[in-house]
Every structure is written in C-alpha cells, then in structure tokens.
Design a protein around this ligand. Structure first.
Ligand code: FAD
Ligand code: DLZ
Ligand code: SF4
Length: 544
C-alpha cells in the first residue's frame, strides 16, 4: 500500500513509502554511492538530465523552497506561488514513482535559505558522494555552482540542460563568422533540423515567414475565448497562504490564481489554446483590446520555462492543427516561429553574450523607472492598462511588453538595469536567459543592434492602430505637442533627436532622420519643451 503523501510537514523526507512506513535509504550500508540530485524550480520535468539514471534505492532527490531564489529579485507573488505549488506537485509525482525525495518547505524552521545551504545540509545528513544538477537557466547560478565542489567538499556534476531544441554550442557555431545574427536565418535552420512545416526541401506554402499577414488591428466586436483556468487544490491554497504571509511587500495580486501547476494541467492549457485560439493567433498577434489581457496568445510561456511543457510537444500540436485543417498556416507558422525561432534564439544570444549582455547600455540611457510602472497610476491609458493587467495576472502579451511598456522605456531613456529588474520581477515566465535579451536587446537596443536591426520605437499612432486604448485616454494620439498631446508622440521624436549620434548611421533609420531634417526649429523646440515638462512632472511626482 502506498502511504498518502503529506505536504503538511515542514521538511519532507519523502522516501519510497510502503505500508505507511517511511523507508530511509540504507545509508552506505550496501556499499553503493549515494547521489544527491538537485532539481531546481524551473526543472520540473521527469526526463530532466539530472534524473536520467536515478537509482531508486540509493539516490536522493532534493527540492527546496529557498529565500535566495524567491527574493534575488522580488518576484511577483503569483510567480512564487506558481513555482512553489508546481514544485510540490512535481515532488509528489516523483515520490509516487518510488523515488526518494527530500522536499524542504519555505517555512521549515531549519531551512538554510539558499540552494547551497540546503545542499550542504543534505550532503551532511546523508553522507552524499556526488551532487548532480542540470545546468541552471541563469548565469549567476552557473557561476555560483562553480564554487560548490570546494565549499561542500564533494563531487559536483553539472549536466547539460537538454530540454531546449538547440544547444549553446550549436548556436555559437551558427553565430561564428556571421556579421549579423538575425533570428530569421537561425529559425530556418531549426525548421530544417526538426523538419517542421517542411515539404521536400522547402517550407510548406513556399514562404518561411507569414508575419506580413499577422498584423491585423483588433476587429470590433471580437469575442476572445476565455483562457484556461485551473482551480487551486489544497496544495496550491496552502502555498498561496504561505506567499501572502512571507512576501507581503512583493508586487502583484495573488488572487485569483488559476495557473496550471502540473504537467497534465499544462497540457490542458495547451490544448485549450490549440483548440480555441490558435486559428486566430496569427491575425491578432499584435492586437490589443482594453480589458482583454489574454487575446489569442497561448499563455504557456510560464509552463515551458519551468519544465511543465516540452517545446517540441507544443510545436507538434500546432503543426498537427495545420494538417488537420483547424488552423491556417499564418497562425501555425507564426506560433511555431515564437517557440522554435525566438525562444531558442534569445537563449542562444544570452549564453553567447553573457556576462557582458547584462551591463550593455549602448544608448547610455539614464532615467529611473517611473513610479507608475508599479502603481499603474498614470493618465496614459495604454500604460495604465498594461501595468494593471501585469499586476493582476503576472502576464502581459508580447505586444504589450514590446510596443507599450517597452516602447515607453526605450523612448523615455530608462536605464537598462531598472527596466531589466522590472521585467524579471513582474512576469511569471521571467528567467534571465529569456528576459534579458528581450529587454536589453529587443526593447532597449542596449546591445547596439546585435538582436534587433533597429530600435522598436513608435509614436502614439502605432498604439492607436493596434489597439482601442487611445479611445479611453485623456491624451490625444492625433495631437503632437502641448498638454493634450500623446506623450509617445513627442517622446518618440525626442528619442530620435537625442540619439542621433548613435542611430543616424543605421540604414533602417534613414527615413526617420530625413523627417527629422525636414522639421522646423520651432517644431524641434516644442518637442524638447514637451519632453522636459513631462519628465519634470514625473520627477515632481505629479500624475502624468
Ligand atoms: P505566445 O505569444 O503565445 O507565444 C508562444 C511562446 O513563444 C511563448 O510562450 C514563448 O515561449 C515563445 N516566445 C514568444 N516570443 C518570444 C520571445 N520574444 N522570446 C522568447 N520566447 C518567445 N518571454 C518569456 O518567456 N520570459 C520573459 O521573461 C520574457 N520577457 C519579455 C520581455 C520583453 C520586453 C518582451 C518584448 C518579451 C518578453 N518575452 C518573455 C517574450 C514574450 O513576450 C513572452 O514569451 C510571451 O508574451 C509569453 O506569453 P504567451 O505564452 O502567451 O506567448
Ligand atoms: C523562480 C524560483 C523561485 C521563486 N523559487 C525557487 C526556489 O525556492 N527553489 C528553486 O529551486 N527554484 C526556485 N525558482 C527557480 C530558480 O530561480 C531558477 O532555477 C533559477 O533562476 C535558474 O533558472
Ligand atoms: Fe497611449 Fe497615447 Fe493612446 Fe493615450 S493617446 S492610450 S498615451 S498611445
């Protein structure tokens, strides 16, 4: 008989459980090496490399909720609850398979507060011979791991993370000798490698990329299907209480909480997407509607990034929908490009460019992050909506992150450190390997154009075209200067003028600089005056 798992104890030594007896592994008595296999909170899949050759008799799997990981940035409350609950469910699944799991809860009075501290505690208690861990997703932890063998006086083996579709070494080889590292060409290689949406030697439909069909503004009366909602079970409810008690000053709302917390639930979320949203994913990929945070996106990034979903499984499900005729090519190709192309590409860029990527600030941006990124207390309706939804859901879709929140950060000249910290902190899918290239590379052009060929800067006209936000705004997207003008309008031109020395030579910016050259001195002065007035108001803590 299998004993019921209790996740109520502070520190769980979940071991192979039979007839209600917890069997502690026979330490050293059988002459077997004891291995401690550390599973991090974003490594929640059964075929993670650190578990491949796990020995049910002698090995111990360690999972721990620790202060250092929960607070190295002050993650959104929902993200912490999501990770802790998913970790607890995953631990229960492993124990259910008869594996020895030592699960350390956040509220364990003996919790050492850090990964190294918890590994040290387990190494001591069980006389461990070797610690095995899959390469962490963040540079800071990989660096830290380098010192563990010495600190613990035990062998530490770091295995490759093979949950991605390309390796850092493959990406480096692809990048070598290329002048420009454009995602599109990397993506084509990946399509070939995995034979995705291919016929004979070419792409299905004759084109690699259907992005030009994927820029439709929101249609009026569009009925967006509701997103997947899991009901919090007892484990999740307990975690929610723990987060509320221990992280009260972290950003974001805990309730309502409807994220999937197991692989099976995450598959349901994926299925909900492929059945009900994928068909219009392409058409409305860039569209934004007031009060519709989820649009036709998949909402699976958080599951992919912590291991609950496998990227190839997601790609193949989308491809199957195309072959079944339930979703058109522009939608399926667009979705697959995000996972097979962008996701792998940004990870490659991260490992290729770290640690320098973290300090890049090509445009020498200096401004502090305005308070309204935390409070949503601004009269700019687009910003208010996107911050509000981020706070509520630990989610915003790509175009909100890029063309509203990111666009503002770029044209206002916000410092990359402050912007990176914000993005790392507010989204449930945020890990540095994916967040940093998107922020420093894609939105801030801080890498000087390694990732994006030109800055994604836009005025209010773009936001008005792709959303209905402007209709609810106190500012007017059609007005270029003065107190009623949309701040994106003058900030945009101030950005172009301010960064002339760095950007005029960019071939894709030629048109903008021609327009700037044609501008009268009075117009230029008005842009500068409005920009100064706007920033002064922010500095004086006025509501802008
Ligand atoms: P969908 O729009 O449905 O796309 C499907 C999947 O494709 C995503 O789940 C994701 O895994 C992948 N994907 C799409 N775009 C990208 C991209 N640019 N880079 C990497 N993967 C991509 N994504 C994160 O996973 N974590 C982050 O911390 C993160 N920070 C971002 C910050 C900024 C400034 C920007 C512009 C983008 C960021 N992204 C990040 C990428 C993208 O916005 C999110 O992956 C996406 O919004 C997640 O929602 P979704 O699952 O509904 O994605
Ligand atoms: C994100 C996160 C959080 C909030 N908490 C934990 C934790 O307590 N224990 C753990 O093992 N992992 C956690 N994680 C995920 C890690 O931060 C992640 O593994 C690293 O950032 C490497 O990507
Ligand atoms: Fe945003 Fe400007 Fe439109 Fe207002 S008018 S919603 S600030 S783009």
């Amino acid at each position: 008989m299998r004993a019921k798992l209790s996740l109520g104890d502070a520190c769980l030594n979940i071991v192979a459980v039979t007839e209600n007896v917890i069997r502690i592994p026979p330490l050293k008595t059988r002459g077997m090496d004891m291995k401690l296999r550390l599973i991090l909170g974003d490594q929640l899949c059964h075929n993670v490399s650190s578990l491949v050759d796990v020995e049910a008799q002698s090995d111990i799997i360690l999972m721990c909720e620790v202060r250092s990981e929960a607070t190295y940035v002050k993650h959104h409350k929902k993200k912490i609850a999501f990770i802790f609950s998913a970790m607890r469910h995953f631990a229960a699944e492993l124990a259910d398979q008869g594996l020895n799991v030592r699960y350390v809860r956040y509220d364990d009075p003996d919790n050492a507060g850090s990964l190294l501290g918890e590994v040290a505690r387990a190494v001591d208690e069980y006389e461990i011979d070797e610690v095995i861990v899959t390469t962490p997703g963040e540079y800071r932890l990989v660096e830290d791991l380098g010192g563990w063998a010495k600190a613990l006086d035990v062998k530490v083996t770091v295995r490759d993370d093979d949950r991605f579709l390309s390796t850092a070494a493959e990406f480096e080889a692809w990048a070598k000798g290329r002048k420009q590292l454009r995602m599109e060409f990397f993506y084509r290689e990946m399509r070939r490698k995995y034979s995705i949406l291919m016929e004979q030697d070419g792409p299905i439909g004759g084109q690699w990329n259907y992005d030009s069909e994927n820029r439709k503004p929101p249609a009026t009366g569009l009925e967006v299907p509701p997103t997947y909602k899991a009901e919090p079970d007892a484990i999740t409810q307990e975690v929610i209480k723990l987060v509320e008690a221990n992280f009260p000053d972290h950003f974001g709302d805990l309730s309502p909480f409807h994220f999937a917390v197991t692989h099976d639930q995450a598959v349901l979320a994926l299925k909900e997407f492929t059945d009900r949203r994928l068909n219009l994913f392409g058409d409305y990929q860039d569209a934004m509607i007031q009060g519709e945070p989820w649009m036709y996106h998949s909402h699976i990034g958080l599951y992919l990034n912590c291991g609950l979903l496998d990227p190839l499984e997601c790609i193949q499900r989308a491809q199957a929908a195309y072959h079944k005729g339930t979703a058109p090519l522009n939608a399926v190709e667009g979705f697959i490009r995000q996972i097979l192309g962008w996701r792998e590409y940004v990870r490659g860029m991260y490992w290729l460019n770290m640690p320098n990527y973290k300090t890049a600030n090509f445009l020498e941006a200096k401004r502090a992050l305005p308070e309204f990124y935390w409070t949503a207390d601004t009269q700019m309706n687009c910003m208010r909506q996107c911050v509000f939804e981020t706070k509520q859901n630990a989610y915003a879709h790509h175009i909100q992150r890029l063309m509203v929140l990111g666009n503002f950060a770029l044209i206002a000249g916000l410092h990359p450190d402050e912007v990176n910290e914000w993005y790392m902190l507010v989204y449930a899918d945020a890990y540095e390997w994916v967040e940093l290239p998107n922020v420093s590379g894609m939105i801030l052009f801080a890498d000087g154009g390694q990732l994006a060929s030109k800055p994604y800067a836009a005025s209010g006209a773009y936001i008005n075209k792709m959303s209905n936000y402007c209709g609810y705004c106190r500012y007017k997207h059609t007005v270029k200067n003065g107190p009623t003008a949309c701040p994106f309008n003058y900030l945009y031109w101030d950005f172009i003028a301010r960064n002339e020395g760095k950007l005029r030579g960019n071939p894709r910016m030629g048109f903008m600089y021609k327009s700037l050259d044609r501008m009268s001195d009075e117009k230029r002065q008005a842009i500068q005056d409005d920009t100064r007035r706007f920033f002064k108001a922010i500095d004086d803590h006025e509501k802008v």
